[in-house]
Design a protein around this ligand. Structure first.
Ligand SMILES: [Zn+2]
Length: 81
């Protein structure tokens, strides 16, 4: 006869969903169907590219700051000296 310990494990199974890592909401339509991926521009600037599946709004952010599309293009086409 095997003695099974009746003691319940104190595993932290109650994880809060508040801290779940999510891509965030679309700043345009508020949808949470946003895909975010990290990429590096031609000039070496690491940016995060977010694309909304609902309205196709696209956003580039660098260290939390939103980049203007023209700025991204300017950086992407920047010629290294
Ligand atoms: Zn959207």
């Amino acid at each position: 006869m095997t003695s099974i310990p009746a003691q319940r494990s104190s595993a932290p199974s109650s994880l809060t969903q508040a801290g779940a890592s999510h891509s965030g909401c679309c700043p345009s339509c508020g949808s949470n169907r946003v895909t975010a991926l990290a990429m590096t521009l031609t000039d070496g600037t690491p940016v995060r590219f977010s694309s909304c599946h609902e309205c196709e709004h696209r956003t580039w952010t660098h260290e939390g700051d939103e980049l203007q599309f023209a700025d991204v293009i300017a950086r992407a086409t920047k010629t290294k000296v």
